[in-house]
Design a protein around this ligand. Structure first.
Ligand SMILES: [Zn+2]
Length: 332
C-alpha cells in the first residue's frame, strides 16, 4: 500500500479522495485564501498526475473537463495519484479574464510561472502552486483554450523531452498535432520538462464554444484524453488508444494587418493542411469594404482562429502551424 499523500491542506490515504487547497494570500474579508485541489490517492504505486486548469481565467474548459474526468475515477481502483487543480488562477476565473484584474503588475500566470515568493500578486500565487507540485508530480497536463478572444482546435505543446512527448502521445485519438515548446520556459509544462518530467499544454475550445451541448462535447473530448493518459500509464484499467503518427512542427502567429472587423473565411478546415496563399480571413472597415486579408504564408494548417471580430492592427487572427516532421515513435 502507498503512504498517505499530502498536497497543500489535503491529505488522502490510499483509496481515498481528499479535498483541500493550496494556501495563497489573504483577502480583505480577513480570510485565508486557497487554490482548491482534489486528490485521488490510489491503492497501488503509480505515477502522480496533475491536471491543472484555468491558468487563464477565461478558459473554463479546464475545470469542466476535470470534473468530467474525475466523475469516472474510483480511488479504490486507482494505481498512482491524481491531483486535480480545476482553477489555478481563481481571481482571474471569477472575473472571467485571462489574468487577475486586481493584479496590474503580473497579469499572465502562463508567462511568469513558477513566479517568485516575493514577487507581484500573481507571482506569489504561481509560486505557491509550484511549491506544492514540483516534488509531488511525475506528469502534468495544463489545460488551455482560446479563451474569450479565440477558438483553438486540438493542439498539444509538449516540453521537449521524451517523457513529455510520451505524455502527449498518450492523449490518444484526435491529438495528432504535437509541437515542441522547449523546457524551462515560464509555464507549468515547461518547468516540469526542466525537471526531466512530463509536461504538456493541451489546447481545445474557446468562449465561442461554451454553450450547452457544445461545451459538453469539448469537455468530454478533453476528459477522454486524460483518461486515455491514465490507461497508458496503467493507472486505470482498459486499453489506451493512440494516433498512428504525430505531426510536429512550429506555429506562426498571423496578426491583423489592419484595424476593423475580422471574419474568417467560410468553410475553412481546422487541423488540415492548406496550401500557401489560402484565404484565412478578411478585415472589413465600418463601411463594409475589405481593408486587409490574412492568408496562409506557406503550406501549413490552421489550429486556431480569432473568434472576437473586432480587431486592432497587430492583434492575433490565426494560429497557423507548419508541420516539419511526422513522427511515428513518440511512445518508447
Ligand atoms: Zn490559456
Amino acid at each position: 500500500m502507498p503512504e498517505p499523500i499530502t498536497i497543500g491542506t489535503a491529505t488522502a490515504k490510499p483509496g481515498e479522495v481528499a479535498r483541500g487547497g493550496i494556501p495563497i494570500m489573504g483577502d480583505l474579508y480577513g480570510r485565508p485564501r486557497e487554490i482548491p485541489i482534489i486528490v485521488y490517492r490510489g491503492v497501488e504505486e503509480g505515477p502522480v498526475l496533475w491536471l491543472n486548469g484555468a491558468t487563464h481565467g477565461d478558459e473554463p474548459e479546464g475545470p469542466f473537463s476535470i470534473f468530467k474526468a474525475l466523475a469516472e475515477l474510483d480511488a479504490s481502483e486507482l494505481r498512482g495519484t491524481v491531483v486535480a487543480v480545476p482553477v489555478m488562477n481563481v481571481n482571474a476565473f471569477i472575473a472571467g479574464t485571462r489574468g487577475d484584474p486586481l493584479d496590474s503588475f503580473s497579469y499572465d500566470m502562463n508567462r511568469l510561472y513558477p513566479g517568485k515568493p516575493d514577487g507581484y500578486p500573481t507571482d506569489r500565487v504561481a509560486w505557491s502552486h509550484w511549491l506544492a507540485m514540483k516534488d509531488n508530480c511525475d506528469i502534468q497536463i495544463n489545460i488551455h483554450s482560446g479563451g474569450e478572444h479565440s477558438y483553438l482546435a486540438h493542439m498539444i505543446f509538449a516540453s521537449d523531452n521524451p517523457p513529455s512527448l510520451e505524455l502527449a502521445a498518450a492523449m490518444g485519438p484526435g491529438w495528432s498535432l504535437v509541437f515542441r515548446s522547449g523546457t524551462g520556459g515560464n509555464n507549468p509544462s515547461s518547468q516540469m520538462g526542466a525537471l526531466g518530467k512530463g509536461g504538456i499544454t493541451v489546447e481545445l475550445g474557446g468562449n465561442c464554444r461554451t454553450l450547452t451541448s457544445d461545451f459538453h462535447a469539448i469537455a468530454d473530448d478533453l476528459a477522454a484524453g486524460y483518461l486515455n493518459v491514465m490507461r497508458h500509464y496503467n493507472m486505470i484499467s482498459g486499453e489506451a488508444q493512440y494516433e498512428s503518427a504525430w505531426r510536429m512542427g512550429y506555429q506562426i502567429p498571423l496578426l491583423a494587418p489592419a484595424t476593423g472587423m475580422y471574419v474568417g473565411a467560410a468553410d475553412l478546415p481546422f487541423e488540415t493542411e492548406v496550401p500557401a496563399g489560402t484565404l484565412i480571413g478578411q478585415i472589413h472597415d465600418l463601411y463594409g469594404d475589405v481593408i486587409g486579408e490574412v492568408r496562409a504564408p506557406q503550406d501549413g494548417l490552421i489550429f486556431g482562429m480569432r473568434a472576437r471580430p473586432s480587431v486592432i492592427e497587430g492583434h492575433w487572427c490565426c494560429f497557423f502551424g507548419v508541420v516539419e516532421e511526422t513522427a511515428a515513435n513518440l511512445i518508447p
